[in-house]
Design a protein around this ligand. Structure first.
Ligand code: 13P
Length: 342
């Protein structure tokens, strides 16, 4: 394991004012996003859309790296450069989703365990050779009456830790993503309890597998009210609960926490990150690895038309600037308005 390489990569990914763009939707998920704007999902339309992000002038001011799907890592942008080269030229690190999806967990009805460990070292080595410098694996935990189960908590933590140790052996910084879903009517208190259980179990397994903590990033959910909970916790309460849960479970050796957006609105995802960073220095950098919260307005602006690429890029750069400001707690409603006009 090249610890120095891993630490350098992890630090670069959470450099000041920067965060990660998650553009690693599986073919099924990007298909759903395209359905929402009435665009057919093909290999060409997918790279046509995604290259608007990779080639947006100035993106690297607020984007340190981009998580790609296997297909995208092997595609090229319009001028013929392979995607990893286009990203590196633009000052962004290519990353790769290496799990093969959440599959039914036997013995735990309705729950999943994320698969993809078989042959993972060889795949990671190939991805490194193709230019990737970090990886992602997402474990999913659903809150429901009687769940998540002990089996779901243990199986996903084990898989996340096995993945992390394998990725590090291949020189890739593992983004460890235990996502407790916001879908449901659970309270913020329940969300916190379940997240604390899930995250502490993940770190116990990371220790067991000998993962080098200085060379990982954690990608957790924020602690919110469930999406259909009748009372929604305000921004400051979300910041308090999320920070408390992180401080109880995440060792200070971990260089950064890069939140997922999980279905929050783009503006709310920025406000929550901003509120946390306004609370002063924490043991880890607090940053973003947003998919929908960085892409949603750009997807609408693009609408499947190449001619709309500049508008899509403007929408994307606006969200990236706002989240970049949230890294230092300096985002504001005024900025939301003035940056959008740029
Ligand atoms: P969202 O920010 O849309 O939740 O996506 C992040 C991600 O990578 C989920 O695995």
């Amino acid at each position: 394991m090249d610890k120095q390489l891993l630490e350098n990569t992890a630090k670069a990914l959470v450099a000041p004012n920067k965060g990660i763009l998650a553009a690693d939707e599986s073919t099924g998920t990007i298909g759903k996003r395209f359905d929402s704007i009435g665009v057919e999902s093909t290999a060409d339309s997918r790279i046509g859309y995604r290259q608007t992000f990779f080639t947006a002038e100035g993106a690297s001011d607020n984007v340190s790296g981009v998580i790609l799907y296997d297909e995208t890592l092997r595609q090229s942008v319009a001028d013929g450069r392979p995607v990893p080269k286009a990203l590196t030229d633009a000052g962004m690190l290519p990353g790769i989703k290496v799990d093969t999806g959440a599959k039914p967990l036997a013995g735990a009805p309705g729950e999943t365990v994320t698969e993809g460990l078989d042959g993972l070292l060889a795949r990671c080595e190939e991805y490194f050779a193709l230019g990737a410098r970090f990886a992602k694996w997402r474990g999913v935990y659903k809150i429901f009456d009687g769940g998540p189960s002990h089996a779901c908590i243990q199986a996903n933590a084990h898989a996340l830790a096995r993945y992390a140790s394998i990725a590090q052996a291949a020189g890739l910084v593992p983004i460890v993503e235990p996502e407790v879903l916001m879908e449901g009517d659970h309270t913020i208190e329940t969300f916190e309890k379940v997240s604390q259980w899930a995250w502490s179990t993940v770190f116990e397994q990371l220790y067991t597998m000998g993962v080098h903590l200085e060379g990982i990033l954690l990608k957790p959910n924020m602690i919110l009210s469930g999406s259909t909970c009748p009372t929604q916790a305000p921004v400051e309460e979300v910041a308090t609960a999320t920070l408390r849960c992180l401080r109880r479970t995440v060792p200070a050796a971990v260089p950064g926490v890069v939140f997922l957006s999980g279905g929050q609105s783009d503006v709310l995802a920025t406000e929550h990150l901003n509120a946390m960073n306004q609370r002063g220095p924490q043991p880890w950098e607090l940053s973003y690895s947003y998919g929908r919260a960085l892409q949603a307005p750009a997807l609408k602006a693009w609408a499947g038309e190449e001619a709309n690429a500049p508008a899509a890029q403007a929408a994307f750069l606006h969200r990236a600037r706002c989240n970049g400001a949230a890294r230092t707690g300096s985002y504001s409603a005024e900025m939301e308005a003035t940056s959008a006009a740029m």
